[in-house]
Structures are given as structure tokens and as C-alpha cells.
Write a protein that binds this ligand. Structure first.
Ligand SMILES: *[C@@H]1O[C@H](CO)[C@@H](O)[C@H](O)[C@H]1NC(C)=O
Ligand SMILES: *[C@@H]1O[C@H](CO)[C@@H](O)[C@H](O)[C@H]1NC(C)=O
Ligand SMILES: *[C@@H]1O[C@H](CO)[C@@H](O)[C@H](O)[C@H]1NC(C)=O
Ligand SMILES: *[C@@H]1O[C@H](CO)[C@@H](O)[C@H](O)[C@H]1NC(C)=O
Ligand SMILES: *[C@@H]1O[C@H](CO)[C@@H](O)[C@H](O)[C@H]1NC(C)=O
Ligand SMILES: *[C@@H]1O[C@H](CO)[C@@H](O)[C@H](O)[C@H]1NC(C)=O
Ligand SMILES: *[C@@H]1O[C@H](CO)[C@@H](O)[C@H](O)[C@H]1NC(C)=O
Ligand SMILES: CC(=O)N[C@H]1CO[C@H](CO)[C@@H](O)[C@@H]1O
Length: 899
């Protein structure tokens, strides 16, 4: 085995330390700048009914500013559907990197006759430029004539002009305003571990798609399918003209223009392009708890027990890297998290209707006798240095080898590890997997650091203060009780850290402004070669995307037929097809409480990743009672709802403070009653692309007051959430569009005037929520301790009529966990001035005590209705103006009724 030659020590270190900067093969013309670049000339233009092709030739002397200009390019234009225009500019020799189809499958070309398309494509031959126009109103959406196209080996530039003060959104992942700044603003795409989510910096993922909203002139989307490092500028020219400019360090220009013209139609068209989100299990809507630093399996059990004792429903318990033996994937710490007791923990959770999720990191500990490494090495799954030895970096366990997710054996090797370690019969029967550190994050800054020297970050030593485990843990077996078997103190090995002197080796001459430093800094080296011959220089931004998708497949292989739940930190466009995401390592601050709203808006509505959320109450630093109470309510109306904190932070489980107990109970109670509503919204996002979280302008696209709103959102399309966003305040000023609304908590009607409304005295356990008139919200009558219990509760339908006395809603019910669903119920519920009609497909019959019974309708806004006009089962509540119609309707066939 090769690892025999890679013993720790000075010999291996020397061979790494003398590495020289990679030659870039530059032929730079002295003093040339981008302004000297000649652009291209189009010739040989050929058109068909639904396409156009042309040759592009460098239109003068090469400028070779950053690397050599590519002389011959090709242009391909396809009218792929009525709404989607594909424009691709690539090298004639087709040597330049293009994103692998297996990582981002391409949409089908429907070969729509150009005459039927919403968008027009116009070409100027010399100097080459093109224009995309919305035919209906002649609105120019994209026009590249303002600057020459530059296409070099390691620099590609394309600029489009934009209208003044445009409304541009998307281009994640970032922590910047939802509506992006237009002047002197840049967005770097280079996936990197980014603790504390700095602003104006590249974060963990790359989603090069933007939405351009032009009010009544429509909304369109522009997706650049390019995974290379890049910097996108939004700025003004010297003469004050607005532009957006792409600067990539490689790859081709592969554009998809999405016509809209409603905002949610762009979302759908983007899903048609990069893929629809996976459907996630019903239980993923439950409340999740995690903390780095849960010392041992008893402490994990105690957290679960403490939630029960406090009467706060906990659906999913998580464990961070604490559970591993010396931070190694696919192991359990024999003293603190012994396998036998872990199995008992999981079976206890399962018997109570709860779930368990564990973390995995990509870096595989390089250690003799460690089977996952030895097996992976034998199967050739790791990146290799030029001399054929494994390439190393440093993650939590110390020296690690990096899996190449594109190598032929990697999926099988990873799936085998998962199947064995997480086997239901002999391992830890977990329900979901969390993949972290997959940018990939490398604790070695650069090649000056010797990864073989790093001994990793072992858990705190056995004599460190540890929680008293002498307390009874309610709901857990004898083994977990004071009289049960004791856990031994961990037997520590000596740990030591190496300093990281700085030295860049791989520099791209065009600087895309990575906030972590040079391209290969703190990450897997960019000179690695993937099994398919492509370079990590080009595929860096796809690493976490590939890992999470391989993990999804492994989870599916482990439990065929069940929808996998995979949470990933690093992502690329289209990642939602298989994964969920949290917003990374934020901090326990009001600023990050607010930030979570605008991030959620972009992820769900623009990046097609619906199952997302932030670490509730914040990850780094100490939360406090007031902020955590507000955050408990804020998180309850975001799709993924997990409280998570860092090891050195104080405990912030909801049961820690009186106000968070109260806020947590209320938040979870409300969230659970609404789970079927949210699950229905998720289902339609996965099938129709309509976002389950709506920015305000999605529903009021012509109301300019909504364009910049980033502290309010629609949960589904009916519930407007307007949290208090000022630090330690009990007052909130929020916007109510000109429409009919009802207060969710009191049922009272509150008409929006297209103006701000201020609410004072919002208690720490309260959050303003409004129902938009014209909607019907299916709810469960009672909340419960788990989502499994919830499914046994009856339904109630909440009707919020619009100005015409009408409303509609949908309800989707299935079994909750299987990928293939055969017996599903899909209802259209309509209300029209007293008449209620429920119809649709009636497949779901209810399993093991699950309810498909509807107990009541509640119709809001009926103040002043004549009592005599009400049926015998109807009652008016004079205070709120709600009429309740009681009854027993089985949701197994069409029916109608009246109030
Ligand atoms: C924006 O334009 C100004 C003026 O030309 C320039 O100084 C600045 O560097 C530009 N910013 C970006 C991000 O391109
Ligand atoms: C669980 O609750 C007990 C009793 O209040 C407390 O002493 C203990 O610290 C709690 N444990 C955890 C892990 O929060
Ligand atoms: C929830 O309630 C059910 C029914 O009472 C019970 O069987 C289950 O153990 C409870 N689960 C939790 C997590 O409390
Ligand atoms: C895949 O693994 C097998 C052993 O299971 C090995 O013989 C084969 O060489 C590996 N393939 C590659 C490309 O390394
Ligand atoms: C990448 O660079 C390192 C350091 O210079 C070198 O040791 C390694 O062999 C290179 N990898 C490849 C695949 O060339
Ligand atoms: C509402 O208030 C916000 C912030 O206080 C302000 O930026 C916005 O312009 C106001 N909107 C309207 C319609 O007055
Ligand atoms: C809700 O729970 C209460 C008691 O907890 C019970 O009496 C009632 O029947 C439940 N309602 C439904 C619709 O299940
Ligand atoms: C960007 C930022 O605010 N970073 C801060 C996050 O919180 C930690 C402590 O929790 C500070 O040290 C950082 O400065």
C-alpha cells in the first residue's frame, strides 16, 4: 500500500515544501489593459427556425491581458422553449472547461420556433455584441454592446447594460442586501468557509443567477452556467451608465435567459433549467436541536429529556463532530459515544417518534489501520499528487485525504461506509446526514503548511469539566439513568497544532477577490486533477454540490425508497435537487437574525433551494433570552428550523430561559398546526417551481414599495410575517400592501393601505402575522409533541375572503416519507360568498390512526352578517367577525357546504 511510503516526517515534508508556483503559461503583452482588447467579429451566421450559430474571430491584435486570448470562438443560440433562450459562447476547439452534465444536467431543448418565443435575440456582427429583448413590450433585457467581449484562457469578460437603479436579486451565496447594491458593488463566487458571514464576500456556495425586476414591465432571470471562480460587478460607467459585468477566471459563457414575466414564473423557469427541488420528508418540518459540544451520549439524551420536561416538542436531535472517535468520519468515540449506547439512544428516539441526524466531513483521516482511509486508498478515490501519492489537507481529525467525487469508485466507497456505519441492524440507524466543511475547507492555509504534520483537533481532554451525569434523564432506558452503566473518561492522545506561515502558490492573474486570500488558500488545492481529467481550478465551486449529491444517493441506497434528508453547507446552482442547506456559521446577534430573512428570500425564491434556514439563536457567541425568544418565533416561519450553537457558546436550547420556553412552545405549536400548509407549498415548489417563501414583490410586482423589502416575507402565499427587527425593541414598522389582510392571531380584518404600519408593545413571545385575503389555509386542529402524532389530528380550514368575498387554497397529503407516492390527495378548496367547495384527487386514506377528517371551516371577516342567514352548524364570533362551521367531513370525496 502506498501509505507505507507516506510516513509522517521530514522526508515527506521536504517534498511538499519545495513546491514551486504553478506555471500559468502567460504571454502577456506589455502594458496592455482590457481597454486594448479588440473584441470579436461574427461570421458564417446560420439560422434555423429555432436556432442561430456563428463563428466569432478575434477582431484585431490579441490583448493577452491576463492570459492568451482565444482566437476562435463559436456562438450557439437556441430558443429552447417559449420562455427560455440559451446563448452559449465557447472556444471553437472545445478545450475550455464546461460544467459536467453529471453534476448539472442540462435542460432539454424544445426547439421552439423563434417566432413563438417571448424573447428576441439580435446580433451585431462587428464588433460582436448581442441583445435580448422582451418582444411584448420591446424592453431590452440584456445588451453587451457597451464593452468588448474578452475570452482568454484564464479571464472571460462580458458586460451588459442595465436600466438606471435596477432591481437585481440573487447571485448567492452572500450576506448582502436582498435587493443588491448597484454601484461599486462586486459579487465573488468562490466557495469558502466563512465564519461570521462577512458582507460583500464570497460565502459557502455559488449560484450565478440573478432576477431583474422591472415592475409592470416584467421580471426576467439570467443564469450563467459557469462554475469557475468569478467576480460579477454592478456599477456605473464614467458617464453614469448602469452595467453588470461578468469576470470569470475560466470556463465558457453559457447563458440561460428566462422570460418570466411574473416573478414566480422566473422561479419556475429556473427550476426547468437547473432542476426542481427534491421533496423532503414530512418530519423535516419538525423542530431540530443541535450544538457542537454535547459532551457525550448522556448529554445528548439529557437535552432530549429536558425538552420533554419543559413541554417543548423536539422532532430531530443532531450531533456534531463530538460523536466521532478523534473527529474521524464513520467512527464513534468509544468512551463518550460507545456504539451500543448510541444504538440505544436512537431506538429510544425512534420509539418516541423522534429522529436523529449526524454530521460527516469530506476529509478522510490519513492513518494506518483506519479502514475508511485504507479502503478508499485501495479503491483510488482520493486526489493524487503528481508523484501518485494521495494529496493531503487538514480538517478536524488532522491530516486528511480528499475524496474526488468524480472518481469511478467514490460513490460506491462512500455508500458502503454509510451503509455499514449507519446500518439499522448493527450501526447507528440515523434519519438524515449533514455534510459540512465541503467547500472544501482546509485548516492548512497554503502549501507552506505541511498537512502531514497536523495532529488534528481532538475533543477536550478527559479531565476537562464535564456535565454531571448523575441526574435522571426522563424517557430514556436504565442505561442512561444514574444507576446505569457509567461512561469512562476519554483516553486522550497528545494533540498539537502547527502554525500556518503564509505563501501563495497558485495565483490567477485576474483577481476575483476571494476574502480568504488566494484561490487555493484554506481549501483543497486547485492544482488537483479530477478523475475525469478536469482540474479543481475549474471545479472548486462544485465540490460540496457533488459531495451532497453522492451522499443523497448513498442514503437512498441505504434505505431504498425513502426520501433522503441531506443538509449541506456548500452548494452550487441546482443543488436543491438533492439537498437542503443552512446559512452557515452565523453569530448570535440581531444583525444575523435579520440577515436570515434576506438569505431565506433568495435561497427559496431564486436559487430553488426551499428547505433552508439559519441556526436559530445564532451559532457563534452567546445568545441571550430576549433575542433567542424572538428568533424562536422567526425560525418557526422559515422552512428549516434548527437551533444550533458553537462549542464555546453558552447553552441556548429553548428550555434554558422562561421566555424562550414560552416563545418556543408558541412558535412550535403554530408551526405544527401549519405543517400541512407548508408541506403543500413545498410540494408545489418541487412540482411546479412556485416558491414556498415569497418576497413581497412576488405577490405585488407592481408595487414599488415592496421591491426593497427584506425583513418581511410570505410563508407560503398566504401568511405575511412581519417580525420585530430592531435590537431589543418591542416595536415594529412593517409594510401592508393595498389589499385585505386579517390578523392571524385574532382573526380581525386589517386593510392594507400600501403604507407602513407601526405596532408597539409586541411582547417577547409574539410575532405579527397576517393572512392575505383571498386565501384558504389548511391547518391541524391541535399541535402535538411530534409530527407523527400531528398526522393523527383532524384538519380545520381557515378561510380569508378577498374584497369580492372569494378565496382559494390547496392541500396536498401523502404518506410523508416515500419517494414514490401512489395514494395522494390533492385538493382545491374554494370559497365564494358563503359557499365552500372541496374537490380534487382523493388517494390518501390515512395510515395507522392518521386523520383525514375535517372538523370545521373558519371564515374570517363576517362581521355584521345576519345571524338568521347562518346554517345551524354555524356560529359567529362577534369579536373577531369569524364564522365557524362545525361538522365532520371525511376527506375522501368531493363535497360542498355553506355557512
Ligand atoms: C466602479 O466604478 C468606479 C469608477 O469607474 C471604479 O473606481 C470602481 O473600482 C468600480 N467598482 C467595481 C466593483 O467595479
Ligand atoms: C437539563 O436540565 C437539568 C435540570 O434543569 C440541568 O441541570 C441540566 O444542565 C440540563 N442539561 C442540559 C444538557 O441542558
Ligand atoms: C408523544 O406522544 C406520544 C403519545 O402520547 C408518545 O407515545 C410519544 O412517546 C411522545 N413523544 C415524545 C417525544 O414526547
Ligand atoms: C476500483 O476499486 C477496485 C477495488 O475494489 C480496484 O480494483 C480498481 O482499480 C478501482 N478503480 C480505480 C479507477 O481506481
Ligand atoms: C500540486 O501542487 C503540489 C505542490 O506544489 C504538488 O506537490 C502536487 O504534486 C501537485 N499536484 C499535481 C496533481 O500536480
Ligand atoms: C416603510 O419604512 C421603511 C423603514 O422605516 C422605509 O424605508 C420605507 O420607505 C417605508 N415605506 C413606505 C411605503 O413608507
Ligand atoms: C384536540 O385536543 C383536545 C384535547 O387535547 C381533544 O379534546 C380534541 O378532540 C382534539 N381535537 C381534535 C380535532 O383532534
Ligand atoms: C463579522 C462579525 O460580526 N464577526 C464577529 C462575530 O462574532 C464574534 C464573536 O461571537 C466576533 O469575534 C466577530 O468579530
Amino acid at each position: 500500500m502506498r501509505i507505507q511510503q507516506l510516513v509522517l516526517g521530514p522526508v515527506a515534508f521536504a517534498s511538499l515544501a519545495i513546491a514551486a508556483p504553478a506555471p500559468l503559461g502567460l504571454v502577456v503583452r506589455d502594458g496592455a489593459t482590457v481597454d486594448d482588447c479588440p473584441g470579436y467579429e461574427a461570421s458564417n451566421v446560420k439560422k434555423t427556425d429555432s436556432s442561430l450559430t456563428a463563428d466569432l474571430t478575434l477582431a484585431g491584435d490579441a490583448c493577452n491581458v491576463y492570459t492568451d486570448d482565444v482566437k476562435d470562438l463559436k456562438l450557439l443560440v437556441e430558443f429552447q422553449s417559449k420562455h427560455r433562450l440559451h446563448v452559449k459562447i465557447f472556444d471553437a476547439d472545445e478545450q475550455v472547461y464546461q460544467v459536467q452534465e453529471e453534476l448539472v444536467p442540462r435542460p432539454e431543448n424544445g426547439e421552439t420556433p423563434s417566432g413563438d418565443a417571448d424573447l428576441a435575440f439580435d446580433l451585431v456582427e462587428k464588433p460582436f455584441s448581442f441583445k435580448v429583448t422582451r418582444k411584448e413590450n420591446d424592453e431590452v433585457l440584456f445588451d453587451t454592446s457597451g464593452a468588448q467581449l474578452i475570452f482568454e484562457a484564464q479571464y472571460v469578460r462580458l458586460r451588459t447594460s442595465l436600466p438606471k437603479d435596477p432591481n437585481i436579486y440573487g447571485l448567492g451565496e452572500h450576506s448582502d442586501p436582498f435587493r443588491l447594491p448597484n454601484v461599486n458593488y462586486h459579487r465573488t463566487m468562490w466557495n469558502s468557509e466563512s465564519p461570521f458571514l462577512p458582507t460583500n464576500a464570497n460565502l459557502y456556495g455559488s449560484h450565478p443567477v440573478y432576477f431583474d425586476h422591472r415592475g409592470d414591465k416584467g421580471t426576467h432571470g439570467v443564469f450563467l452556467l459557469n462554475a469557475n471562480g468569478m467576480k460579477i460587478d454592478l456599477n456605473l460607467t464614467d458617464s453614469g451608465d448602469q452595467y453588470l459585468q461578468y469576470n470569470t477566471i475560466g470556463g465558457v459563457l453559457d447563458f440561460y435567459f428566462l422570460a418570466g414575466k411574473q416573478p414566480a414564473e422566473v422561479s419556475k423557469q429556473y427550476a426547468d433549467t437547473v432542476g426542481y427541488s427534491a421533496m423532503f420528508p414530512y418530519w423535516t418540518f419538525g423542530f431540530h436541536q443541535c450544538k457542537y459540544g454535547y459532551w457525550d451520549v448522556n448529554m445528548v439524551a439529557e437535552v432530549v429529556g429536558n425538552y420533554s420536561t419543559a413541554g417543548i416538542p423536539l422532532e430531530v436531535m443532531w450531533t456534531d463532530i463530538d460523536y466521532m472517535d478523534l473527529r474521524q468520519d464513520f467512527t464513534t468515540d468509544p468512551e463518550r459515544f460507545p456504539l451500543g449506547k448510541m444504538r440505544e439512544l436512537v431506538s429510544t428516539l425512534h420509539s418516541r417518534g423522534q429522529r436523529y441526524v449526524l454530521i460527516l466531513d469530506p476529509g478522510v483521516h490519513f492513518k494506518e489501520g483506519y479502514a475508511p482511509y485504507e479502503k478508499g486508498h485501495e479503491m483510488g478515490v482520493f486526489y493524487k499528487d503528481a508523484d501518485g501519492s494521495d494529496n493531503f489537507g487538514v480538517q478536524w481529525p488532522g491530516t486528511v485525504a480528499w475524496p474526488d467525487w468524480l472518481a469511478p469508485n467514490t460513490s460506491e466507497w462512500w455508500a458502503d461506509q454509510i451503509a455499514t456505519t449507519f446500518s439499522a441492524d448493527e450501526g447507528i440507524d440515523l434519519d438524515g446526514i449533514w455534510v459540512d466543511m465541503n467547500e472544501a475547507s482546509n485548516f492548512c492555509q497554503n502549501q507552506a503548511c505541511n498537512p502531514l504534520d497536523d495532529q488534528g483537533n481532538p475533543p477536550a481532554p478527559g479531565n476537562a469539566p464535564r456535565p454531571n451525569t448523575g441526574r435522571p434523564i426522563p424517557g430514556f432506558p436504565a442505561d442512561f439513568q444514574p444507576s446505569g452503566s457509567k461512561l469512562r473518561a476519554r483516553q486522550d492522545s497528545d494533540g498539537k497544532h502547527k502554525g500556518l506561515p503564509g505563501r501563495d502558490l497558485f495565483v490567477s492573474k485576474y483577481d476575483p477577490v476571494n476574502h480568504r486570500g488566494g484561490l487555493p488558500d484554506y481549501t483543497l488545492w486547485t492544482n488537483n486533477t479530477n478523475a475525469d481529467g478536469t482540474k479543481v481550478y475549474d471545479t472548486h465551486n462544485l465540490y460540496g454540490h457533488a459531495m451532497s449529491h453522492v451522499t443523497y444517493d448513498a442514503m437512498l441506497a441505504r434505505r431504498p425508497g425513502l426520501r433522503p434528508m441531506v443538509l449541506t453547507r456548500s452548494t452550487f446552482a441546482g443543488n436543491g435537487r438533492k439537498s437542503t442547506h443552512w446559512f452557515g456559521d452565523n453569530e448570535s446577534s440581531w444583525e444575523h437574525y435579520r440577515l436570515s430573512i434576506r438569505q431565506m428570500l433568495a435561497w427559496v425564491s431564486m436559487h430553488q433551494m426551499p428547505m433552508v434556514g439559519s441556526d436559530v439563536c445564532g451559532f457563534n457567541g452567546n445568545a441571550d433570552e430576549l433575542m433567542c425568544a424572538r428568533w424562536a418565533l422567526l425560525g418557526a416561519f422559515q422552512p428549516f428550523y434548527r437551533n444550533h450553537a458553537e462549542i464555546s457558546a453558552i447553552h441556548q436550547e429553548f428550555y434554558q430561559w422562561p421566555l424562550t420556553i414560552e416563545a418556543g412552545k408558541k412558535a412550535i405549536d403554530t408551526r405544527y398546526k401549519l405543517i400541512d400548509y407548508a408541506y403543500t407549498a413545498l410540494y408545489y415548489q418541487t412540482t411546479e417551481g412556485t416558491p414556498m417563501i415569497n418576497p413581497l414583490f412576488f405577490l405585488y410586482p407592481e408595487d414599488e414599495n415592496t421591491f426593497g423589502i427584506q425583513h418581511q416575507w410570505f410563508y407560503g402565499d398566504a401568511l405575511l410575517i412581519s417580525p420585530v427587527t430592531t435590537d431589543y425593541s418591542d416595536s415594529v414598522t412593517f409594510y401592508l400592501p393595498e389589499d385585505i389582510f386579517y390578523d392571524y392571531w385574532t382573526g380581525e380584518r386589517e386593510d392594507g393601505k400600501g403604507a407602513n404600519v407601526t405596532r408597539n408593545g409586541v411582547s417577547w413571545t409574539d410575532i405579527p402575522v397576517h393572512i392575505r385575503g383571498g386565501t384558504i389555509i389548511p391547518q391541524r386542529a391541535n399541535s402535538t409533541n411530534t409530527t407523527a402524532e400531528l398526522r393523527k389530528q383532524d384538519f380545520v380550514f381557515l378561510v380569508a375572503p378577498d374584497a369580492d368575498g372569494k378565496a382559494k387554497g390547496r392541500l396536498y397529503i401523502d404518506e410523508g416519507e416515500m419517494i414514490e407516492q401512489t395514494d395522494v390527495t390533492e385538493l382545491d378548496i374554494t370559497y365564494d360568498n358563503g359557499e365552500i367547495t372541496v374537490g380534487g384527487t382523493w388517494g390518501y386514506k390515512g395510515l395507522k390512526g392518521e386523520s383525514i377528517t375535517l372538523k370545521s371551516f373558519k371564515i374570517l371577516g363576517q362581521n355584521g352578517i345576519a345571524m338568521g342567514s347562518l346554517g345551524e352548524n354555524s356560529k359567529l364570533d362577534e369579536d373577531s367577525g369569524a364564522v365557524t362551521v362545525e361538522g365532520t367531513w371525511s376527506l375522501d370525496g368531493d363535497f360542498s357546504t355553506h355557512i
